[in-house]
Design a protein around this ligand. Structure first.
Ligand code: KIV
Ligand code: ZN
Length: 385
């Protein structure tokens, strides 16, 4: 039996904050429904006080989606919380996500305040949110750079005030995996009442470690991962949903799994990329165009003999049903033979040799050989016979 990891998707809030990625309400509903079909547990639908558009999107997503919890972000400000509660009034499972910066950088420079005052404001925000909804998630912004002892004091106080989920964001993407994992463990070992709540990770990717930090946080006891589709988000982005889900699917020994229907991952990745006008880098793990493409002859030969020699994930498991063998000048005879077979053409070994010669000549001129090229090579070759 695997331990359940809750997936909290913030594509429509943290992801949508990226300049140029804004969606209208109709598009957000489309993404929210796709997230529901994917099987996410929580959809962070927006920051209602930030604009009438965000408010309206949270209202409409709350009406359109049934199964997942709908979450709305606030600062530790009463009016934000009141507005969020109003936006969530149609949600079947509403959650308010309130919080405040807890690192000394935030306390000193952003709030010009003190640790004691910030702790008081954190408790006040959670207590106020509890007047509207049962499910209140608290975030300690910049927890990654917050001293552990103070962070533990804040977390203990907000749990006492009724928080149900404690979010530990590495807002600036600063932590090392070992450091972030140790932070989660420190909280588990030192905070009274922590066993009654779910601990969440929320990692940014400034040093390219968002997924590593998230996975280490979960291995150390967190049970909610905050993620976005394609890892979109501020600056270098957030932790990507597909990487976390497939890491735990690939490492069953860790004993952790999610409710995600992974075969829908590629579809939603393409939907988000096209709606947000945000191309996915070709070598992006799991959803990049080249994530399952084999181009060198040695790899192609290995994959054709047994996929597992070079593939740790069957592309079909994430919804890819396309040919993963890319034909280039580095492809071997075996790859060409396989493609011909897929296209319904069988050649004798001698004919295959001739076709392969023609293929290499064309592949030297063209970067990638497509099915039309292969059919042309086979056709021209047959005529010559
Ligand atoms: O990165 C962050 O700290 C956030 C919080 C508002 C949860 O996005
Ligand atoms: Zn964030």
């Amino acid at each position: 039996m695997s331990d359940r990891l809750f997936i909290f998707d913030t594509t429509l809030r943290d992801g949508e904050q990226v300049p140029g990625c804004q969606l209208n309400t109709v598009e957000k509903i489309e993404v929210a429904k796709a997230l529901e079909a994917l099987g996410v547990d929580v959809i962070e639908a927006g920051f209602p006080v930030s604009s009438p558009g965000d408010f309206n999107s949270v209202v409409e997503i709350s009406k359109a989606v049934t199964w997942p919890t709908i979450c709305a972000l606030t600062r530790a400000v009463e009016n934000d919380i009141r507005v969020a509660a109003e936006a969530l009034k149609y949600a079947k499972h509403p959650r308010i996500h309130t919080g405040i910066g807890t690192s000394d950088y935030h306390i000193k420079y952003k709030f010009n305040s003190t640790r004691d005052d910030i702790l008081e404001r954190a408790v006040g925000a959670v207590s106020f949110a509890k007047k509207f909804v049962e499910d209140v998630q608290f975030y300690a912004e910049d927890a990654g750079r917050t001293e552990n002892e103070y962070l533990a004091r804040v977390v203990e106080a907000v749990i006492r005030a009724g928080a149900t989920v404690i979010n530990i964001p590495d807002t600036t993407g600063y932590c090392l995996p070992s450091e972030f994992g140790a932070k989660i463990k420190y909280l588990i070992d030192n905070v009274e009442g922590i066993d009654k709540v779910v601990i969440a990770t929320h990692c940014h990717n400034d040093l390219g470690m968002a997924t590593a930090n998230t996975v280490t946080g979960i291995v150390n006891g967190a049970r909610q991962a905050e993620v976005t589709i394609n890892g979109i988000g501020e600056r270098a982005g957030n932790t990507s949903l597909e990487e976390v889900v497939m890491t735990f699917r690939s490492h069953k020994d860790l004993g952790i799994d999610t409710n995600i229907n992974a075969t829908k991952i590629t579809g939603i990745s393409r939907m988000v990329s096209s709606l947000m006008n945000m191309p996915v880098q070709p070598n992006k793990a799991i959803v990049g165009r080249n994530a399952f493409a084999h181009s060198s002859g040695i790899h192609q030969d290995g994959v054709l003999k047994n996929r597992e020699s070079y593939e740790i994930i069957d592309p079909k498991d994430v919804g890819i049903d396309e040919n993963s063998i890319v034909l280039t000048a580095r492809s071997g005879r075996a790859a060409l033979k396989h493609r011909l077979h897929v296209l319904g053409i069988e050649l004798s070994p001698a004919d295959l040799d001739k076709a392969y010669e023609a293929f290499l000549k064309l592949a030297d001129r063209k970067k990638e050989i497509n099915d039309d090229d292969v059919l042309m090579i086979a056709g021209a070759h047959r005529k010559a016979l």
